[in-house]
Design a protein around this ligand. Structure first.
Ligand SMILES: [Fe+2]
Length: 319
């Protein structure tokens, strides 16, 4: 079934601001497809990882999930149809812009566009980050992870687990209900949250190979603190150290480092919270923010800590 988050598709009325932030702050490689109309943002050797197009009015974000080949795409398409999700085949133009060999798309219960694709091509040119950095951790772990705030928690959980083949990593009830799901060694490729608020894209996590690149992105964000949606902190489950940067459309990039991986022996856990320390969610209502503070205080009093496991050594390799 699904083996990774391959790419995301963005429609935005703020294309120029997207390009500036992607290149200079996040450090992605910007390939202009058509000036003022469409850009491909690259995080690695692939032809695109975010396809960003200009639109009028409301912005949107959809996800492109990867499958192995044409047969896997057909199996997934059939499973979606059987589960009551009508699918539409991608047009030749959609395939060309994404650099994929085959794709179908459908819409989830919150109205989010989901694509399933295979054959995401390598670019013809080398990856050149938009600012000096050690690259992004992708490969068999895919682009990163997405967290959604949903109004249809049970329906989306069923879709991802029982139709698309994701497995539960862990879950929590506080400070709000969240389920984390994986489809490859990345601890989670998807987070589903129910906060009682309206459905929206919460964030896309991109993982740097080097810790210093998180710190530099945080330095840049501190120049304009309103762009920080969640302060620097460390997650209790995937062990990512990160902060959250608001993008021009109001949802966020989580810029992180050193996520842990999961294997077949993984056991589902009920989490004691969302973060080991930090991660003050500036967007939460006051009562939920205070609840999160109390959870952090409890974890601190208990002395809960987690090991740091790194795999990337780009800084060392380049010296
Ligand atoms: Fe995250």
């Amino acid at each position: 079934m699904i083996n990774a988050l391959s790419y995301v598709v963005v429609q935005t009325p703020h294309l120029d601001a997207w390009i500036a932030q992607a290149r200079h702050h996040v450090g992605l490689h910007v390939d202009v497809v058509e000036p003022g109309v469409c850009v491909r943002l690259r995080a690695d050797e692939k032809v695109q990882r975010l396809l960003v197009s200009a639109c009028e009015g409301e912005s949107s974000m959809g996800m492109g999930f990867g499958v192995l080949d044409a047969a896997a795409l057909e199996n997934t398409r059939q499973a979606l149809e059987d589960a009551g999700y009508p699918t539409t085949a991608g047009t030749a133009e959609e395939l060309r812009l994404r650099g994929v060999e085959g794709m179908v798309h459908f819409t989830d219960a919150d109205g989010v566009r989901l694509e399933v694709a295979y054959g995401l091509a390598d670019a013809e040119t080398a990856f050149v980050p938009g600012r000096p950095l050690g690259g992004f951790r992708t490969g068999d772990m895919g682009l990163g992870h997405v967290a959604l705030i949903t109004e249809h928690f049970d329906e989306l959980s069923h879709l991802y687990r029982n139709v698309l083949g994701f497995k539960v990593s862990d879950h929590t009830q506080a400070p709000f209900r969240v389920e984390f799901l994986h489809c490859n060694p990345r601890h989670h490729t998807l987070g589903l949250a129910y906060t009682g608020g309206p459905a929206k894209i919460y964030h896309l996590m991109l993982e740097y190979n080097d810790f210093d690149d998180v710190g530099r992105a945080y330095d840049m964000a501190l120049v304009n603190p309103e762009c920080i949606g969640v302060t620097l902190g460390r997650h209790i489950n995937d062990h990512v150290t990160s902060f959250y940067l608001k993008n021009p459309d109001g949802w966020m990039f989580e810029l992180g480092w050193a996520s842990r991986t999961v294997g077949p022996d993984w056991g589902v856990e009920e989490l004691q919270g969302m973060s080991l320390w930090g991660h003050d969610r500036t967007w939460l209502p006051d009562d939920k923010r205070e609840e999160a503070r109390q959870i952090l205080k409890r974890l601190a009093d208990q002395g809960v800590r987690a090991p740091v496991v790194t795999t990337a050594q780009t800084a060392k390799a380049k010296q």
